[in-house]
Design a protein around this ligand. Sequence first.
Ligand SMILES: NC(=O)c1ccc[n+]([C@@H]2O[C@H](COP(=O)([O-])OP(=O)(O)OC[C@H]3O[C@@H](n4cnc5c(N)ncnc54)[C@H](O)[C@@H]3O)[C@@H](O)[C@H]2O)c1
Length: 591
Amino acid sequence: MERPFPTVAVVGLGTMGAGVAVAVARSGRRVIGVEAGPTRAVRALARIEASTARAVARGRLTAEERTALLALIEVGDDLAAAAQADLVIEEVPEDLELKRGLFAELDRICPPETLLATGTTALSVTRIAAATARPERVLGVHFFNPVHSMKLVEVVRTVLTSPQAAEQVAELARDLGKEPVAAGDRAGFIANGLLFAYLNQAAAMFESRYATREDIDAAMRLGCGLPMGPLALLDLIGVDTARTVLEAMYEQSKDRLHAPAPILGQLVAAGLLGRKSGRGFYTYEAPGSSTPVAEEAAAAEARPAGREVRSVGVCGSGTMATGIVEVFAKAGLPVLLAARSQEKAERAKAQLAKSLERSVAKGRLTEQARDAALALVTPTGGYQDLADVDLVVEAVAEDLAVKRELFTALDRIVKPGAVLATTTSSLPVISCATATSRPQDVIGMHFFNPAPAMKLVEVVSTVLTAEDVTATVLELCAKVRKHPVECGDRAGFIVNALLFPYLNDAVRMLAEHYATVDDIDTAMKLGCGYPMGPFELLDVVGLDVSLTIEKVLHQEFREPGLAAAPLLEHLVAAGCLGRKTGRGFRDHARR
Ligand SMILES: NC(=O)c1ccc[n+]([C@@H]2O[C@H](COP(=O)([O-])OP(=O)(O)OC[C@H]3O[C@@H](n4cnc5c(N)ncnc54)[C@H](O)[C@@H]3O)[C@@H](O)[C@H]2O)c1
């Protein structure tokens, strides 16, 4: 294909427009920049000069490249100059009437073959196109901020946009070194459509005081590997912007999960818009600063000291149990590894030995530390040996009847005053607690897989858990170098309650043929910096496991938007469970 669009006009040279102008000029194209009025035009050019000078200072651009690209950019305040362009990209503020007026004007000024693209985030491209007499040549081109480093570009077609126009713009994006994905005209498109629903749930979770802002953010960073926690991200994006995007999403979807959480409105009304105003969910050193200031700890919560933990027991012989044993043993705690038979316990210890061996091979553990850890682990085939341990973590099958039976047995066996913990990810901790005569000593300790590597532990207190039991587990987490977050005993705790509705939204987006598996995964990785796309993650976690968690969440909250996507149920029914069966949302080579 011929190199498309030798001349590109960019209207509005603010945050996004200036970035787009530079990216386009870098590809050797001529750029006609248009601002509103002579003063703004001068300021816009100065901004472009300054940002490219910074790029040179940081080694992202050579001085020669900068000179060459600046020579290709002209900036003025006369929209008529856009008539010389093959493509016009509009990047003015997010205001429908402003954009519609501009498009009507551009339609009059530009030759009929010129393509007109809007940079809108959440407005209807279709309504903007309707202001022109050439809707087949109008589309959305959604870059991400900062344009120079974010690779994603969503190319948005309305029902009237010609496929060739979209393909040409995608080609331009590739030529700028970006990765274009195809999206239809829907508020938020792919990346923001999935991201903002999740941010909204996190804001609502904070508002309901289910967990602190620090714990919600740490949970999502450490439990899912996200680059930022949701509340810190809302502060970065701007609480006002987030609310506007969510309003637009709700307007279209009428899904209550998109209705902006009331706290967002309150923050906006109070002028607490996030980093830009120096305060949002967090308080920052100054407006525009990215450094949050520590706020006074809420009256230094008078929590009692924890109980002493000198030895621990772990029940189970699977992946989680073995991983948890490794965590404790590496921290120097004697561990009883209790399984249903001596043989199973011995096998689990052998697994552990292999895992430690791998760490030695990778240079992460000394041979001495390996031997010391192994020497601390005693495998046993009988739970009666747990009588004297100070804390037990149960990691047996995710089945309430099995767990309750085990807790009843532990209640009979383990000494009074010991802490009894479950690592369940989807069952109510209180149902384990009530299987004992000492529910005050029962708590959730939700480790993540693989336990030795994942820093996060969700510490789940029920309505009956004693405060010193919670304190014991928090202290223990610190001792074994895990990061604890505290939450209550409701479905999904923090991480799964925020993660799985997002994964479910992605499945629904796919089922509606809004975007492809690859485009959705790419959008989340490149647009939001996620380590994996939603379909990659679903295939790793297992579609059956995901479906179970989604059903538990739906049953707990009865929110229609949380109902598991029928496509997920179909795939599970068909035996397509992800990597483990060789087929899920993608085909995988069987191992
Ligand atoms: N900032 C982001 O993170 C981001 C990311 C993706 C998309 N967007 C979208 O990109 C678009 C631009 O956003 P922004 O953040 O760059 O806004 P901005 O406020 O930084 O810049 C807008 C610029 O448009 C100029 N302008 C206003 N009216 C004009 C007119 N009639 N003609 C020419 N110029 C005019 C303003 O002077 C200003 O320089 C919006 O639709 C926004 O939703 C923003």
